[in-house]
Design a protein around this ligand. Structure first.
Ligand code: ADE
Length: 489
């Protein structure tokens, strides 16, 4: 990933970021960090970049011209290297508050441009012209945008593959989502009369895990009631879905992996929005309950059910193009309401154990990059929209199995989190490659702290057989993908 920081003080940003973990990531080539001095682009002969604001007022404003020319040069540089400057962030106290999910979103980009302001701000016209996101790091005013740019760069860079050790990233992204960290202790066992909590010396990992979770929960409750409320809501929704774990595994994992907006849950069922795929997921007690839940995401329903949306402003403005329906009785209504079609009927199967699966010795399994796009596109002909395979490759979730240097098969994670896209090329079938590849991949999900699951299309008996041989349990009930793309039916 490439960070491009537009600033009047490049040395400040460079000094701040070229050390420690981020500096090492730059040295290792995991990320690039380039600063661009806005002053180098001014056409003023005295190198001036600011002027008085029209209408009067305190201080000076950065002018449009040098900012725009600096950005244009950066954009050209990005495009020359085959990239796109899709997100241009302006750091400002007027922006949307920066948070972890925003960092995760930015980490999906290949190039991130960050514009730092100074003085009293920047001429509005150039902001309108080039900026896609205005972001604030908190409700206080700093002297310039360099520190916020550094904060954002650090938070995003640490999410890029290979910047942190795997174990570290898994730790923050799964089990403890929405909770503050539990307290930690190192040697000596006793310091100034204070002892390390007994349980941590016990060697009993189950007990340690549950102690840490309790600590994380009680800390969050005391220190961050806002976060606690979110956590508590997720926990109650999870408890509801756990009444049928196998059938609801997609919804459960969406919540646990931090990708869910819980729009509604209660006795009637649950309704989520999955942020990666843009899919709505619904499970309903009966049709009437389902319809009532759906009314929560319709604009007119917003009025009728005042209060329900208070946590999620803006939901009803989203276009609904994808629905995962967990009961057939909802399908007709959903299709009519949102102009969708039933694209696929499938069964979820879940790997419920914690132990990794054995992977046959000598199997050559590697992560795939974009060079493999043509071969993947040729062999993956299942129901996906245009650009899906490319996006999955870019997301770094596709793995291949090789015979010498030849790709024999591949597997990946779908946007909403299920394991899938498994294909063994014809010449390499019946060699145990599918089993090896899926076992390897299940272990990868386990290492992230996830519960591996897949969705088997009705009628795909080979897949049923494979899942059974790997001890994935199928749900009794069916699941339906409803989409807007006729070509996929
Ligand atoms: N520039 C000055 N103060 C800022 C803040 N709090 N967040 C982002 N940019 C800023």
């Amino acid at each position: 990933m490439n960070f491009h920081i537009l600033t009047l003080f490049p040395e400040m940003v460079e000094k701040g970021l070229n050390t420690s973990v981020i500096g090492k990531a730059v040295d290792k080539g995991r990320i690039t960090l380039k600063t661009h001095n806005i002053r180098d682009y001014t056409t003023d002969k005295h190198k001036k970049v600011d002027d008085y604001p029209y209408g009067g007022g305190a201080g000076m404003l950065m002018q449009a011209q040098p900012v725009f020319d600096c950005f244009s040069a950066v954009r050209e540089e990005i495009e020359k290297s085959g990239g796109k400057s899709r997100r241009v962030i302006y750091v400002t106290p007027q922006g949307k508050r920066f948070c972890q999910s925003m960092a995760e979103e930015f980490a999906q980009e290949e190039n991130l441009v960050i514009l730092c302001g100074h003085y009293e701000g920047i001429d509005e016209r150039v902001l309108e012209e080039i900026v896609t996101d205005e972001v604030s790091i908190g409700d206080y005013v700093l002297t310039g945008g360099e520190l916020p740019a550094m904060v954002i760069t650090d938070a995003v860079a640490r999410l890029v593959d290979g910047v942190l050790h795997n174990a570290e990233s898994a730790h923050t992204e799964t089990f403890y989502h929405d909770l503050l960290e539990y307290p930690q202790y190192s040697r000596p066992e006793e310091w100034k009369g204070k002892k390390v909590p007994e349980v941590l010396l016990s060697g009993d990992h189950k007990k340690i895990e549950s102690w840490r979770r309790e600590q994380a929960v009680s800390r969050t409750q005391k220190r961050r009631p806002d976060l606690y409320e979110k956590y508590e809501r997720s926990s109650r929704c999870e408890a509801y879905l756990l009444q049928n774990k196998l059938h609801h595994i997609d919804m459960l994992e969406t919540i646990r992996r931090g990708n869910a907006e819980i729009l509604y849950f209660g006795e009637e069922g649950a309704l989520l929005y999955e942020k990666n795929s843009g899919a709505y997921m619904i499970t309903a007690r009966d049709e009437e309950s389902g319809k009532r839940m759906i009314s929560h995401i319709l604009p007119e329903g917003r009025e009728r059910l005042e209060g329900v949306f208070s946590d999620f402003p803006g939901n009803s403005n989203r276009e609904v193009t994808l629905f995962v329906s967990h009961q057939e009785f909802m399908n007709d209504f959903l299709c009519r309401q949102f102009g969708l079609l039933v694209e696929m009927e499938c069964t979820q199967a879940v790997y419920t154990r914690k132990e990794p699966l054995p992977v046959k010795k000598g199997m050559d399994i590697r992560k795939l990059d974009e060079r493999f796009l043509p071969v993947l596109k040729e062999h993956y002909d299942t129901y996906v929209e245009e650009g899906y395979v490319e996006e999955r490759l870019k997301a770094g979730v596709m793995y291949g199995i090789f015979e010498r240097e030849d790709l024999a098969g591949f597997i990946g994670t779908h946007k909403e989190g299920s394991i899938g896209m498994l294909e063994i090329l014809e010449a390499y079938r019946n060699k145990g490659y599918a089993k090896a590849l899926e076992s390897f991949y299940i272990n990868l999900h386990l290492r992230n702290g996830w519960t591996p699951f897949c969705q088997i299309k009705t009628g795909n008996e080979r897949s049923f057989g494979l899942q059974k041989s790997l001890a994935l349990y199928p749900a009794k009930e069916k699941l339906y993908w409803l989409g807007a793309d006729e070509s996929l039916v």
